[in-house]
Design a protein around this ligand. Structure first.
Ligand SMILES: *Cc1c(COP(=O)(O)O)cnc(C)c1O
Length: 415
């Protein structure tokens, strides 16, 4: 007989007894719509119907009157920042526990990312944003991380009287609600990603949702070489724009994925809530708590380990969990501040001097440096967190066995 308490890392049997649930995420109308898109004899969004239809679905999904499709989530956020009116030398406040796609539009515009701290919910707070506001702050980018909403309503309330725009990064927060409202409907712009690692996928793609027609025209034109295609062409090539267009192929898949997004996100909500209940009884482990009145869709979550209660480090605990068949990872790398871009500040290595370091070094001599001392709670979350990833094919048994792995490993190492 196996000793069930013997850790797998020491030769015992694994807590995970069956493979994680899996399935075909493109099992709906994807193929049908792709065939219909090809039958249109055009894959250009301006001539076909699918990108247009996907935009209509995004309007209904977020309750906003305008939607623009684009080539990626990073592009969507860049466009959201264009809606916010950021320009060279402006400061944009953003949290550091995110994908680089959250900040590349800031740098592209010659603006400066300013990292604010998070609290133990992993989200910014109105106070942590307020602490970083200066007379150069032009926008706050609120990232709703991991299917948890940030307190964007409080941040909008802080920023509006100061004339500071709020842009929402909803790449990880399909279906996520705050006070019953889909996130992406609070700020100047809501920005979504459909890259392959999100709740829904079109391979690559993104959407921006807005409430203002003039801003929609600005964003649309910026994303399509300033052709002014849907607006009478009065302003064709009047100004700069780039090519962030979505093709009909992605649009077709987007329509099919948006038909099933609610089923996916409500399933991830159920799995996440189940894991929360299971982890509650494990001494020394604490799952990230959401902000009040949140509906979470758990693209992933973090379980914090209380450092004083165990005889080994968090990293050793992760190794033992992986040996048990756990699919999660160390949260310690989910951080932009520590990346070479922010430590060395060489943005364009083929240029020299201050040009290579622009926008971290501004033409007026301002120089911005980055350190974890600016975000002390974020630093602690990196030290204590273990990341648990989800997908909607996971089963209740998967969640139970993940919790079993935590219980087994943490009790073996408890002091
Ligand atoms: C994925 C992601 C992005 C970027 O999306 P892409 O489609 O990969 O460009 C931006 N922000 C966050 C928080 C993300 O998770």
């Amino acid at each position: 007989m196996d000793n069930l308490n013997e850790l797998a890392i020491n030769g015992g049997s694994k807590a995970k007894t069956v493979p994680f649930g899996s399935g075909n995420r493109f099992a709906g109308n994807e193929l049908k719509y792709l065939q219909e898109a090809l039958a249109q004899n055009t894959l250009f969004y301006g001539n076909g119907r699918f990108v247009r239809q996907a935009c209509d679905m995004m309007k209904a999904y977020t309750g906003r009157p305008y939607a623009v499709a684009c080539s990626s989530g990073s592009a969507a956020i860049h466009l959201g920042l264009i809606a916010a009116g950021i320009g060279p030398g402006d400061e944009v406040i953003v949290t550091p526990n995110t994908d680089s796609g959250s900040i590349l539009g800031i740098i592209e515009e010659g603006a400066v990312p300013i990292f604010c701290d998070v609290d133990w919910t992993l989200q910014p707070t109105a106070a942590s944003v307020a602490a970083r506001i200066t007379d150069r702050t032009r926008a706050v980018e609120v990232i709703h991380l991991a299917g948890n909403p940030a307190p964007v309503d409080e941040i909008v309330e802080l920023c509006r009287p100061k004339g500071i725009a709020v842009v929402e990064d909803c790449a990880q927060s399909w279906g996520t609600k705050l006070h019953g409202r889909q996130v992406g409907s609070f700020g100047t712009a809501g920005c979504f990603s459909t890259n392959d690692f999100k709740h829904i996928s079109t391979g690559d793609g993104g959407f921006v949702v807005l409430s203002d027609e003039a801003l929609c025209r600005r964003v649309h034109n910026y994303a399509d070489k300033h052709y002014d295609r849907f607006f009478g062409r009065e302003q064709a090539q009047a100004h700069h724009g780039i090519n962030y267009r979505m093709s009909e192929l992605q649009g077709a898949v987007a329509c099919a994925q948006l038909e099933v997004v609610d089923a996916i996100t409500s399933r991830q909500h159920v799995l996440g809530e189940l894991l929360r209940m299971l982890v509650e009884n494990i001494p020394g482990a604490q799952m990230v708590k959401p902000v009040p009145d949140a509906y979470c869709t758990y693209w992933w979550t973090v379980i914090y380990i209380e450092p004083d209660r165990f005889s080994v480090s968090r990293d050793e605990i992760v190794k033992a969990l992986v040996a048990e068949g756990f699919s999660g990872t160390n949260y310690g790398k989910y951080d932009l501040i520590g990346k070479p871009l922010f430590q060395k500040r060489i943005v364009r290595p083929w240029l020299t001097g201050d040009k290579a370091m622009y926008p971290f070094v501004q033409p007026d001599g301002r120089s911005y440096t980055y350190s974890h001392a600016q975000t002390p709670v974020h630093k602690q979350t990196l030290e204590r967190g273990i990341m648990v990833t989800f997908n909607s094919f996971h089963t209740e048994q998967d969640m139970e066995e993940v919790a079993d792995a935590f219980r087994k490993v943490l009790s073996a190492y408890a002091v």
